[in-house]
Design a binder for this molecule. Structure first.
Ligand SMILES: CSC[C@@H](O)[C@@H](O)C(=O)COP(=O)(O)O
Length: 345
């Protein structure tokens, strides 16, 4: 069954950035039109758009809006550097945010004429979006070969078209596996507290007609014990040079469980998610999100008022628990330090 993935959540129209508001899915499909880079930074912080590659593409367009605003000033390059710092501060963990913003800043700084820089940055943002989709499809081809011909695949958070330019990383691998004729049954973790799995992954899988069950996060061990899971595949927000991978909170627990049950545990991410400047996972900044996300469920209070909360949005899975890292250039295996560097060429 070939998968017709036609979900695109980031568009550039009438010189504005249009984002499908992921906070409202699946109940409402509302597009926001943003014409100011500051609004885009807020949209990233507030999760209108989320998922590491999608945040990267969004930041590239935010830089277009910023250069368009700054080009009237003689010190436009300096002002643009300030805007870049504001955009990068929107969320700390996904490296794609800083990676895409810095790429755009470097490009702008290589050009002395502001108007020309604005044109170049827009072209670069479009190219980044298209490249991300192509990379994900390539990643899908590499990763699909690792999946069993049939069986259950557990995934966490949302790593699909909504989390990227299109097609997805871990979900892209699943899409490619199904397209290649594999009989896969997806198990989608609901992914408390923000419910990316229940709200977004379930929406994408249903649209594509991919067979799946939605399960609570704490069912993972039981599903593995029952022999229902043949592989776990997740995305990543930042991969350290040694292969330690930061991803949505709960990923580390899945990797520990997968090792106990002797199930392969795969991470699928573009090479832009690898932070070669970060030697190991312990240096990765883990975002702490608002208490209300834990105290509430679907905007309803569930915990007593005033309780203290911990809400780390990500955790780091040690490289030793990762069977392989699937990238657009091929599959890396331990020793990741060399294997990832080799893929980068
Ligand atoms: C292709 S997406 C990979 C990761 O970005 C994804 O798994 C994830 O953790 C997203 O977290 P989010 O907080 O929704 O931005």
């Amino acid at each position: 069954m070939p998968i017709v993935d036609n979900i695109r959540a980031i568009r550039w129209e009438d010189n504005q950035l249009c984002l499908l508001d992921q906070r409202l899915l699946p109940q409402q499909e509302i597009w926001l039109q943003l014409g100011d880079y500051r609004e885009v930074a807020v949209a990233i912080t507030q999760m209108v758009v989320r998922g590491a590659p999608a945040i990267g593409v969004t930041a590239a367009y935010a830089m277009v809006l910023a250069v368009q605003e700054m080009r009237q000033f003689s010190d436009w390059q300096q002002r643009l550097a300030g805007a870049a710092a504001e955009i990068k501060a929107a969320r700390p963990t996904a490296v794609n945010l800083a990676w895409a913003t810095d790429r755009q800043l470097t490009l702008a700084q290589s050009e002395s004429a502001a108007d020309r820089a604005a044109t170049l940055l827009l072209q670069a943002a479009h190219a980044l979006l298209e490249q991300d989709i192509a990379d994900n499809q390539q990643m899908g081809r590499h990763g699909a070969a690792l999946l069993p011909e049939q069986g259950g695949i557990l995934t966490h958070c949302n790593t699909g078209s909504l989390a990227t330019g299109g097609y997805g990383t871990a979900l892209g691998v699943i899409r490619a596996g199904i397209s290649a004729g594999k009989q896969l049954q997806v198990y989608a973790d609901e992914t408390r507290p923000w419910l990316q799995g229940a709200r977004l992954t379930a929406w994408e899988l249903q649209k594509d007609g991919i067979p799946f069950h939605l399960n609570v996060d704490s069912a993972a061990a039981y599903l593995m014990q029952q022999g229902l899971i043949q592989a776990v595949i997740v995305g990543a927000d930042r991969i350290a040079a040694n292969g330690d991978a930061a991803n949505k909170i709960g990923t580390y627990s899945l990797a520990v469980l997968a090792q106990y049950h002797q199930i392969p545990f795969y991470v699928a991410a573009p090479l832009s998610t690898v932070d070669f400047a970060m030697p190991a996972g312990e240096g990765i900044i883990i975002e702490e999100r608002p208490d209300s996300e834990v105290r509430q469920c679907a905007s309803h209070d569930v915990a007593p008022e005033g309780v203290k909360v911990r809400n780390p949005a990500f955790d780091v899975t040690p490289a030793a628990l990762i069977t392989a890292i699937i990238t657009e250039k091929g599959v890396a295996r331990a020793d990741y330090l060399h294997s990832l560097a080799e893929l980068c060429g």
